[in-house]
Design a protein around this ligand. Structure first.
Ligand SMILES: Cc1cc2nc3c(=O)[nH]c(=O)nc-3n(C[C@H](O)[C@H](O)[C@H](O)COP(=O)(O)OP(=O)(O)OC[C@H]3O[C@@H](n4cnc5c(N)ncnc54)[C@H](O)[C@@H]3O)c2cc1C
Length: 441
């Protein structure tokens, strides 16, 4: 039989028109940053019936939760006997759906519960929810300018590999992690004054022989003794074993994460080298468990605390310790201080069982903008307070709160919304005590 297929060979010649205009996009709510805070904000705003556009500089959704392979949800459950869930909203969907598909693993310590997740499953969960919600997505879109007039963010100018985009919206969420939207708008921002907060290059190994997995104490002791010998910068790194899958995520390196393009790129490569050294340490020191391991994935460099907004309220260490319950509280957690201010190790401090502390909306609202709310790791806090509330449980709650605050503000100001209405809308994340059997000891 004659083959009717004709190989395509024709081409047309095109030259870029000098009149090429940026694409124009309009929405009611623009969420800048598609990490766990931005995803929560976008899905919540869409649920409220708002037309939402979600922008990210990466060509993918999920921010660090997916692309830096953070691997563990912290701060989602109360500590101690009664481990109720602090945050609902998207957390319920993720825990229900990834739980059913076997993509979660609950790790329960003496006082805390964390949840390991499969990052591929989380990325597909996010993509499908965003698609189903009809959210306009613009990925691979770096914010390069912000128009602020009359105390309102009017729009963003984005650069994509396909050309520029001008984006207008009525309300904006700065969920960029580095407070990029606020910074480019010319609003005051904070940076740590006493030196950098270190990030980490995460790495996932597969092929762990789980019969021989070393216990936490044994691994910690050996790392303390031998980190330097293997070129592992941190001597208190962590290994998250996903039981039943033979995989382990290594949180063992420390890298600076400067807000400067050349140094950031160079250090990204150094981080991978440190992560390889950590894998080598495990293979040599615990060969029965790790000799056949291969690297399954390197995340993008993990960035903890770089630059964040200066808002109406500066959340401080004392608020976290005291568990201050603000009138405008919008998120709660019990996660302790986890301060990465030294290259060689971390300062950890856990709170007593039953402890809870709160994030006020005022820590999320830059004073000189009426239609802007920050969420996630770029809210106004001191270095210690931020080290607690930037974990993903409260990040999800802050994202939801940002959506509700902008929804209530409408054409008005986020500084003047009815707090009783906001509290009513967010009561699941502030008051309820739902206990998931999986999270209990
Ligand atoms: C190595 C590491 C380990 C951690 N471990 C844990 C843990 O085990 N459990 C836990 O709960 N938390 C952990 N954390 C903290 C937590 O992961 C982060 O604080 C949280 O994921 C931050 O979410 P976010 O949505 O605020 O920001 P991000 O996830 O950082 O998202 C910000 C998004 O904004 C985008 N963006 C930035 N600039 C621009 C721009 N100019 N234009 C367009 N887009 C831009 C970025 O591409 C990114 O996708 C860890 C953090 C690190 C770095």
């Amino acid at each position: 039989m004659a083959n009717e297929y004709k190989i395509p060979t024709a081409t047309v010649i095109k030259t870029r028109s000098k009149d090429q205009q940026p694409w124009d996009v309009e929405a009611e709510i623009c969420v800048a940053g598609a990490g766990i805070s931005g995803i929560s904000a976008a899905l919540e705003a869409a649920k409220l019936g708002r037309k939402v556009v979600l922008v990210d500089g990466l060509p993918a959704l999920g921010g660090q939760a997916v692309n830096s392979i953070i691997g563990t949800f912290c701060g989602l459950f109360a500590h101690g006997e009664e481990r109720f869930q602090f945050t609902h909203g998207i957390a319920d969907g993720i825990l229900d759906d990834l739980g059913k598909s076997g993509d979660l693993f609950y790790r329960k310590g003496p006082g805390w519960t964390t949840v390991f997740y499969d990052e591929i499953a989380l990325s597909r969960w996010i993509e499908e929810k965003v698609r189903a919600a009809g959210i306009q997505v613009i990925v691979g879109a770096v914010i390069r300018d912000v128009v602020l007039e009359d105390k309102r963010i009017q729009g963003l100018k984005l650069a994509t590999r396909y050309g520029d985009v001008n984006l207008k919206a009525n309300g904006f969420v700065d969920a960029t992690g580095d407070a990029v939207l606020s910074w480019l708008a010319g609003l005051p921002c904070r940076e740590p004054a006493d030196g950098p907060i270190y990030g980490t290059q995460m790495i996932v190994l597969e092929g762990v022989d789980e019969k021989y997995t070393p216990d936490r104490e044994e691994l910690a002791k050996r790392l303390k003794e031998k980190a330097a010998e293997y070129g592992v910068m941190r001597d208190d790194g962590l290994a998250f074993f996903f039981e039943g899958r033979g995989t382990v995520a290594l949180n063992m390196s420390h890298i600076e994460t400067p807000l400067e393009p050349l140094a950031a790129s160079r250090i990204g490569l150094e981080g991978k080298n440190q992560a390889d050294n950590a894998a080598n340490f495990l293979r040599c020191e615990f060969p029965e468990a790790f000799k056949d391991t291969r690297v399954r994935a390197y995340g993008l460099p993990g960035v903890r605390q770089t630059r964040w907004i200066s808002g109406n309220y500066h959340l401080v260490e004392g608020d976290i310790r005291a568990g201050t319950k603000f009138d405008d509280a919008v998120a709660r957690t019990g996660w302790g201080f986890e301060i990465h201010d030294k290259p060689e190790n971390i300062y950890w401090e856990n709170f007593e069982d039953g402890h809870a502390h709160y994030v006020p909306l005022r820590s999320m609202t830059p004073r000189d903008a009426d239609n802007l709310v920050a969420a996630g790791r770029c809210i106004d806090a001191d270095v210690a307070a931020l080290s607690s509330v930037r974990v993903m449980g409260p990040c999800m709650a802050m994202g939801a709160a940002a959506a509700h605050a902008l929804d209530l503000a409408g054409d008005g100001s986020v500084h003047q919304i009815d707090m009783a209405s906001l509290r009513g809308r967010l009561k699941d994340n502030l008051e309820t005590k739902v206990i998931r059997p999986e999270a209990q000891l």
